[in-house]
Design a protein. Structure first.
Length: 351
């Protein structure tokens, strides 16, 4: 008769493997119950994995465009606010110029100059508005302050120095010279026309503006871009700056009433053109705002479609996953109990 060595080691090893497998499956089921998607999409979908990867890539691109559109919307809103301040500054100066018509009192003229100076300061501050560290009206030179301060005194601005030089060159004397009283309306009109020509030429870029004439463009959908700002080289801003400068510099000169009327009319005309031009820029940006809103609505619809498609491929029944988790926990509890009992099996207990 032959006897064999009896051991419970094989039973314990088999039970440990069963427990390890159940623990791994439990972790996967718990993840699926929480996330609502397969714990390993590649294993679950097989050949369909490529499709879900493509859908995820498209979804990320659309989500990125939606996020960019949010920033573009804020940028356009800030631009509209700043342009509104420019328009209001122009209208305030226009009211002063119209009210001044026919008046020659030095006190009234000095008060008008002060008010026009305030309007110019507001215009300059609005033109130099920044958003998220970028200047709104600098075109593609968004890191450079677009409009120089004409009223700067330390040092004197390039634009002011150019105006004084142009006045001296045209009339042959400075603004403080008593000879200004001899300036005729025709001569004053010729001087103002010369200033306007310089504003339309390279002098504007050298004396007033650091901006690029190329505006910022923002992509709002896979196939569409919009103008998301304007720049200080726009005709409306040039006209507004010219009109304010004419009123600020020439209204208080000791000239005849007819010559002062020429100055007043010229200033009113340019400021009015400037306000119209600035409001036209506001309208253009308003069109961009509408296009961004429509594009965002379309993107949201596309995102919803892609999200549903991804969920149809990757989602699992969370109720079934939760039930499976409960079942596995019960199996593990039973396995732990059996393992403990097997470990207690020993012939020593029966000898």
């Amino acid at each position: 008769m032959k006897t064999s060595f009896v051991s419970n080691m094989s039973l314990q090893t088999s039970m440990r493997l069963t427990i390890a497998k159940a623990q791994n499956e439990l972790l996967k089921m718990q993840e699926e119950a929480v996330t609502g998607r397969h714990s390993d999409v590649g294993v679950a979908l097989g050949a369909k994995t490529t499709r879900t990867l493509n859908l995820h890539r498209d979804l990320q691109r659309l989500e990125s465009l939606k996020s960019t559109n949010g920033l573009t919307t804020q940028r356009l809103a800030a631009s509209q606010e700043a342009l509104g301040q420019m328009s209001e500054a122009g209208n305030a100066a226009l009211e002063v110029l119209i009210a001044l018509s026919g008046m020659s009192s030095s006190d009234q003229l000095n008060l008008a100059k002060s008010n026009i100076g305030d309007a110019m300061s507001t215009f300059t501050a609005a033109a130099n508005t920044s958003f998220s560290g970028e200047y709104l009206f600098a075109g593609i030179n968004s890191d450079v302050m677009p409009l120089k301060n004409y009223l700067s005194t330390a040092p004197v601005s390039d634009a002011k120095a150019s105006f004084d030089a142009a006045f001296l060159a045209h009339f042959g004397f400075t603004q403080a010279d008593p000879a200004v009283s001899t300036i005729t309306p025709a001569n004053m009109e010729a001087f103002i026309d010369g200033l306007e020509a310089s504003f339309d030429g390279p002098d504007w870029q050298s004396d007033w503006s650091n901006a690029s004439s190329q505006n910022m463009q923002s992509r709002i959908s896979p196939s569409e871009t919009v103008q998301s700002s304007t720049n200080t080289n726009a005709p409306g801003m040039r006209k507004l700056a010219l009109g304010l400068m004419i009123g600020y510099e020439l209204l208080t000169l000791d000239v005849s009433e007819d010559t002062r009327k020429t100055v007043s009319d010229a200033s009113i005309d340019r400021v009015s053109q400037g306000i119209t031009g600035v409001d036209a820029e506001r309208s253009r940006l308003g069109v961009s705002q509408a296009r961004v809103k429509e594009a965002t609505t379309s993107l949201s619809a596309q995102v919803a479609i892609l999200t549903n498609s991804i969920q149809n491929l990757e989602s699992v029944d969370t109720y079934e996953a939760a039930t499976r988790v409960t079942t596995l926990k019960s199996q593990l509890s039973l396995a732990y109990t059996l393992t403990s009992q097997i470990q207690n099996l020993s012939l020593l207990n029966y000898l």
